[in-house]
Design a binder for this molecule. Structure first.
Ligand SMILES: *Cc1c(COP(=O)(O)O)cnc(C)c1O
Length: 446
């Protein structure tokens, strides 16, 4: 049997023996020392990658990679069940112009790449809980988007309940529909307060001794390893698919990643560590450019975030930077050899949205536009002649106001979201008081 991959906190002392299994990392979320879990030993998957047929489906690739990562810990049939339940959808590689392709990651249930991580995490938790005959109660505070991906991913998963806290009147109509129309195992608590209130309530719930004793409370936030690992799978898919495209290009391949919290980019770097022969990565950010700045100066200067058009990337102190630092042992020169940083302004984002529509008749979302401009700029400034794959992180229909405003054309709402319009909202209004939340949680779930 192969050695299973073990995981360790980014803050563990060198040589520390505090490594954990995938299962532990999945249910713990954050490590006890406040760090993030990262792979301790890197599997070498070069031979596996080379064996893939360029025509293999995403699910086949994901299953093969996942089996290598989790073998020893999870049986082959458990891995198959997780991957098949997680991914009834997949990515799509779309040629855009010479030497540049989009890897569309918005064909999942909430039309953004976060579906890949959330759906895998939910399917993995479901599988493990079932084997142990246990239940879980997922509690999340959301300002809109992340919560809807989580709610949708855990919807109808056996043995799992979901309680979402969202600020009343402060999420978009579409986001509210996504949170409140699922029902069944998903309950939306509509908090009379702000997003900060929701976060405070959730944090207090996780610290409360009585709730910990009486409820199987579990977090599902974006730093969870179960969200990160599956994001590596689509880099492998994009790379493999490229070989199958007409006039299969032989040059070096670079991925361009629109980034905020840097989970997506970190997952790509993991795929590279496992042996995916990529030439490098572009970290594309909006005005929140702490990482491009670090790559240029070697100094990391976290700061409060700035509001931009690509608001899912408005992060001033990306949590996954710790994981990136761990890969390169904190050496900016080593990171620079693999990752190039570019930052894009709002005006440039709008301009790119307009140009791409003029040139290709294609509407992008503002996050993908940041990535596309970064990729084009990189090509022009460095004379790179290889292949660029830009991650298309969201469907333009999720950002229709910005797209309409910039291009003058309104994108269609994608079908999974269109469907929600007619569904009735069901929420449970509560005050922003911990005792009220606690009472509700105990009466519903204890
Ligand atoms: C979350 C998000 C990003 C940023 O991804 P990170 O993993 O946080 O870097 C980019 N685009 C969209 C549409 C997102 O929702």
């Amino acid at each position: 049997m192969r050695m299973p991959v073990r995981f360790i906190s980014t803050r563990a002392a060198p040589g520390s023996a505090a490594d954990v299994s995938f299962r532990e990392a999945l249910f713990r979320g954050l490590a006890p020392d406040g760090g993030l879990y990262r792979p301790l030993n890197q599997p070498n998957l070069k031979a596996l990658f080379a064996s893939f047929s360029p025509l293999a489906s995403f699910q086949e690739l994901a299953e093969a990679v996942c089996r290598e990562l989790l073998s020893g810990e999870l049986g082959s049939s458990a891995v198959s069940r997780i991957v098949r339940r997680a991914f009834p959808f997949g990515p799509a590689l779309r040629p855009l112009e010479h030497g540049l392709r989009l890897l569309e990651l918005f064909h999942g249930p909430t039309c953004a790449f976060k579906d890949f991580g959330a759906c895998f995490q939910a399917a993995a938790m479901e599988e493990l809980l079932r084997a142990e005959e246990r239940r879980a109660l997922i509690l999340v505070a959301t300002s809109g988007d992340t919560g809807s991906a989580v709610a949708r991913a855990f919807y109808r998963r056996a043995g799992i309940d979901v309680a979402i806290l969202y600020p009343s009147g402060r999420v978009s109509l579409l986001q509210e529909k996504q949170l409140t129309t699922l029902g069944e195992n998903v309950t939306a608590f509509e908090v009379r307060g702000s997003f900060d209130d929701c976060q405070r309530l959730a944090k207090q719930a996780f610290r409360d001794g009585e709730l910990a004793r009486r409820l199987p409370l579990t977090s599902a936030n974006s730093i969870n390893l179960g969200r990160l690992l599956p994001q590596a799978f689509y880099y492998i898919y994009g790379f493999t698919r490229l070989a199958a495209s007409p006039g299969a290009p032989a040059g070096p391949v670079r991925f361009c990643v629109p980034s905020g919290n840097f989970g997506n980019l970190t997952a790509g770097v993991y795929a590279w560590q496992w042996g995916l022969p990529v030439d490098g990565f572009l970290a594309a950010t909006n005005a929140n450019d702490v990482v491009p700045e670090y790559l240029a100066t070697g100094v990391y200067r976290p700061r409060p975030s700035l509001a931009t058009l690509s608001n899912a990337m408005d992060v001033g102190d990306p949590s996954n930077f710790e994981r990136l630092l761990a890969v390169f042992s904190g050496d900016p020169r080593a990171m620079r050899r693999l990752i190039h940083g570019e930052s894009v302004s709002d005006a440039e984002t709008r301009d790119t949205l307009r140009r791409v529509y003029e040139e290709h008749g294609l509407l992008l979302d503002p996050h993908t536009a940041v990535g596309l401009l970064a990729a084009r700029r990189f090509r022009e400034n460095t004379g790179f002649t290889g292949e660029l794959i830009v991650l298309a992180t969201a469907h333009p229909g999720k950002f229709s106001e910005i797209v309409l405003d910039s291009v003058g054309v309104a994108p269609e709402l994608p079908p999974p979201l269109k469907e929600l319009a007619g569904r009735p909202k069901r929420s449970l209004p509560i005050a922003a008081r911990f005792e009220e939340l606690k009472g509700q949680l105990l009466s519903r779930y204890a």
